[in-house]
Design a protein around this ligand. Structure first.
Ligand SMILES: Cc1cc2nc3c(=O)[nH]c(=O)nc-3n(C[C@H](O)[C@H](O)[C@H](O)COP(=O)(O)OP(=O)(O)OC[C@H]3O[C@@H](n4cnc5c(N)ncnc54)[C@H](O)[C@@H]3O)c2cc1C
Length: 402
């Protein structure tokens, strides 16, 4: 049987995030964006709403909600501002859910619990100056020394880099495999900001997601205990990719919220603005743009909901999540471009939110697999060059009793 209704818990979450966003955040977004300011108070409020551990079991400090709830929260947050959804993507999607999937009990107690409660901020450090899409091109290394590893390297374009407390970091622990570009030489580490040799900074020249912190960090022989290896040594690539299944899911649902924001702003403006003696909403070409936003919104939502359902079932969803992310982010770029168009010259000013939507949407087309990488992936699934086998990469299925 197929059902498309949200249950009571989903509706309550959707409503509470929507109300909080409209009341407490939306009136401030323009100023935070202009000031390039990450507001820690917003992070605290998200913790109070249970969002920072939304799909983490209660046993590990989370809200114990299912994965559809994570998607709903992502959609509602990005409806207000992309910077809010990015917090959920890196903190919950890429970090907390990786610890839940791969962590030892001790790692979960030490790192996941305070993160899920919102007492600590966490993020994900894969990208480097010389390697983004090409993960095998990473340069960071981890040299084993006794019961620890010495990590050296630089990560950049890292969301929350300058504000996070914990980092999921990927580095080569096997230097021979690094030479051969064999990803089974990569290892995942949990790194704390306070570890000696760690330093971070904020990127100043960014032109989108301005109310969010994006930065870099450097590691100069940072001593990381072997107990902070996530999974097994050599499983870093697998962990990085499985994390992306959850991060991409939040990006897909978030971009869906951005399309809805474009649609709503455009519809309101089109009924206000007059040209040629009628409100511009009466002109068919304006209607066409709004209709496209509506169809993109509905299709994007169905795609991420399917992906959330697969996650709840504990089923592999790399293909479906990739498709949802690719479709929604490309559609959000179309919607944001058209939203500016509907607003005419006013859309080109900072007075209306659509200019911010236009700047923010582009990030989603780049991070967590660029448009081109997702295009290749989807073609390869169809062509049979790629297939998903159920593996340990899977997130634990949702268990309502937990
Ligand atoms: C706002 C923002 C936040 C981010 N946050 C994080 C974060 O928290 N953590 C993190 O680790 N990273 C983060 N990133 C980095 C992001 O994941 C990378 O930018 C992304 O993976 C692309 O890598 P790149 O920028 O090095 O581009 P490149 O990989 O250099 O690609 C450049 C261009 O070449 C194309 N290309 C590359 N390879 C191929 C190919 N095989 N076939 C066809 N085309 C190809 C790409 O599609 C792209 O158009 C963030 C980026 C942004 C913009």
């Amino acid at each position: 049987m197929i059902g498309f209704d949200l249950d009571e818990e989903h509706r309550l979450l959707e409503q509470s995030v929507r109300e909080w966003g409209a009341r407490d955040v939306a009136p401030r977004v323009h100023d935070l964006d202009r000031a390039h300011e990450f507001d820690r108070a917003i992070f605290t409020q998200m913790a109070d709403l249970g969002l920072l551990g939304v799909s983490v079991p209660a046993a590990y400090g989370g809200a114990g909600m299912d994965y559809v709830s994570l998607g709903l929260a992502s959609e509602e947050l990005e409806y207000v501002d992309t910077s809010l959804r990015v917090i959920l993507s890196v903190h919950v999607g890429l970090n907390c859910l990786s610890l839940l999937t791969w962590g030892t009990e001790a790692q979960k107690q030490l790192y996941l619990v305070p993160q899920a409660k919102g007492e600590r901020i966490a993020t994900y450090g894969l990208t480097e100056p010389a390697a983004g899409s090409d993960v095998r091109g990473l340069q960071s290394v981890a040299i084993k020394k006794g019961d620890a590893y010495l990590l050296s390297g630089e990560k950049q374009w890292i969301s929350l880099a300058d504000v996070a407390d914990h980092f999921l970091v990927f580095a080569w622990s096997d230097l021979e495999k690094k030479q051969q570009r064999d990803p089974s030489g990569l290892t995942a580490f949990i790194v704390e900001r306070g570890f000696k040799g760690f330093a971070s900074g904020t990127m100043k020249e960014k032109w989108g997601i301005l109310a969010g912190n994006t930065g870099y960090f450097t590691m100069d022989e940072v001593e990381v205990p072997a107990a902070n290896v996530l999974g097994e040594p050599g499983e870093g690539f697998k962990i990085a990719m499985s994390a992306l299944d959850q991060g991409r899911y939040t990006v897909a649902a978030g971009a869906t919220g951005l399309i809805r924001a474009c649609r709503d702003a455009s519809a309101a403006y089109a009924k206000e603005r007059r040209a040629f003696g009628v409100e511009i909403a009466q002109h068919q070409l304006v209607k066409q743009m709004i209709a496209q936003m509506e169809s993109d919104y509905q299709a994007a939502r169905l795609l991420w909901l399917r992906s959330g359902w697969l996650k709840n079932e504990g089923r592999r969803n790399t293909r479906e999540t990739g498709l949802a992310k690719w479709f929604a982010t490309v559609a959000s770029e179309r919607a944001a471009g058209d939203a500016v168009q509907v607003h005419g010259a006013n859309g080109y000013s900072d007075e209306y939110p659509v200019g911010r939507f236009y700047r923010n949407c582009k990030g989603g087309v780049i991070y967590e697999g660029t448009r081109e990488i997702h295009t290749l992936m989807q073609a390869d699934y169809v062509l049979g060059y790629r297939s998903d086998r159920p593996t340990r990469c899977q997130l634990p299925a949702y268990d309502a009793s937990e």
